[in-house]
Ligand binder design. Structure first.
Ligand code: SF4
Ligand code: SF4
Length: 247
């Protein structure tokens, strides 16, 4: 068992706009590139040009066709990475202390030198946000580009996670959710930012900004179909359906 800090000074995380994400995977590729050349071991690929390529990706984009309770089916692109949970079960389950959450900024990290590759953290994470490196046999995850955001040797504009810097539509936003006046806090409040599966009690920091109503209005049918068989409504109902398919 590894302890979590009682609280953190900051709660750094991402606000991801599902309205403007176009599913281009630039964030995932940029993440892979940056995290293959940084302080940790590279993110390995196995059989990259073969019939069954596999490898470690810290950010993955899932694309779904979802039928809302009212309106026509829509395509939603759903980028998924670590949500840097306040009560991260991946940390408390770790037997060696390799997984830990930083008190100063809330980032959840893995000390690769302490990781024994047991996979317990991946089992404990309900979001599938951990990645066992197939070559190094150590667990890896999103670090919010901790070797970038505090890096005084790169231009200030680049001191954000690589995924945020690469996104061509500006769908990804980085900042401190502990500060109600930060840009991400204000954006999330204005857009009704959603936590992912909050009922699990993990306290995810990241927020998803749901598609704007104007988008749905433009695609709504005159005769809405019967309500979907789900207890959740609106965008949460969409999300529930999407997560069932994340696997
Ligand atoms: Fe841990 Fe998963 Fe939460 Fe990230 S999303 S902090 S890996 S439980
Ligand atoms: Fe979506 Fe931006 Fe990632 Fe492209 S780079 S998939 S638009 S979040």
């Amino acid at each position: 068992m590894t302890s979590l800090p009682l609280s953190t000074d900051k709660r750094l995380g991402l606000a991801i706009d599902l309205d403007t994400c176009v599913g281009c995977h630039a964030c995932a590729v940029s993440c892979k590139e940056w995290n293959s050349g940084g302080s940790g071991t590279p993110l390995a690929d196995v059989g990259a040009y073969g019939a069954a390529p596999s490898g470690a990706w810290l950010n993955r984009v899932h694309t779904f066709e979802i039928t809302p309770p009212v309106g026509a089916a829509e395509i939603v692109h759903f980028p998924k990475s670590c949500l840097h949970c306040d009560d991260a079960p991946c940390v408390t389950v770790c037997p060696t202390g390799a997984s830990y959450k930083r008190g100063e900024d809330g980032i959840v990290l893995v000390d690769e030198a302490l990781c024994i590759g047991c996979g317990l953290c991946a089992w404990a994470c309900p979001y599938g946000a951990r990645e066992m490196d197939p070559v190094e046999k150590v667990m890896k995850k999103c670090t919010l580009c901790v070797d970038r955001i505090y890096n005084q040797t790169i231009p200030e504009i680049d001191r954000v996670p690589a995924c945020v810097r690469a996104c061509p539509t500006g769908a990804r936003h980085f900042g401190d959710f502990a500060d109600p006046d930060s840009s991400v806090s204000k954006l999330s409040a204005a857009r009704g930012g959603l936590a992912l599966m909050p009922d699990l009690g993990t306290g995810p920091v990241n927020r998803y900004l749901p598609p704007r109503d104007t988008r749905r209005t433009q695609t709504a049918t005159v005769d809405p179909p019967p309500p979907a068989e789900t207890s959740a409504t609106g965008f949460l109902g969409w999300l529930d359906a999407a997560l069932e398919r994340l696997g």
